[in-house]
Design a protein. Sequence first.
Length: 290
Amino acid sequence: MNVPMMVLQIPIINEFGGPSYDDLFRLLILIILVIVVALLAERIEKVRQLNQLNRDLENSAIQLHEANEELEAFAYSVSHDLRVPLRAIDGFSRILMEDYGDSLDEEGNRLISIVRDNTEKMGDLIDDILLLSRVGRQKMKGFEIDMEYLVRNVWEDLRPDWDGKEIELIIDELPNAQGDRILMAQVFQNLLSNSIKFTRNKNPALIEVGAQNYKDEIIYYVKDNGAGFDMKYIDKLFGLFQRLHTAEEFEGTGVGLSIVQRIIKRHGGQVWGEGEPFKGATIYFTLPKV
């Protein structure tokens, strides 16, 4: 930026042949004024560049948000459209097994069983993708939630998964929270389902749901003594389609904890986990106090 220069006609010789004090003072003021103007011009230019950078960041954020919305809409559309051919595959393979199973040899029946098993897995994956998309798009309704009552209801809904198994459920005192009851029920459903699944080889299995007060928020957790995980893979724990155990060990789509993370973030909270192989895992999440 060009800085206008101020030119003053200053006599610099006094009656003794040297500059006077007034002349030196004026010259000093002029130098200071030029320096101040230059510094102000530099500061104005930096502010202008910073404002431009902020505008660019805002535009990038808007574009990223729009891209995420388009991606979610695309995932929802594709997943929804896949249901029709998937149901056809499942239906025809079931008819083939029921009506023509006796005509097929052992290998033929085995191959049809593989088709049906993978169709079921694909159906579960599609359901989870649709749920993940809905979680990001669903309008939230904030109310005070009785968390202990919510956990007990979710546990009862999961009875088909744990009925007949040696599982001890401990529900500590859980403070009420502010949030969307349906979404928070989904959080506990995913976390408790995981605990039931990963403690299947423990006898007895132990699952604990508790909470801790911390500053202006509450830390809730679901803890179990199941298969656990190695903390060096913690970065993958909440990643979409990331699995820390093989499909042969434990079934699943790798979407459940991603759904939990998205719901908690929409509530303004954080989620993290701790684990140790063969000793269990604990998933924590925070919610603002009521």
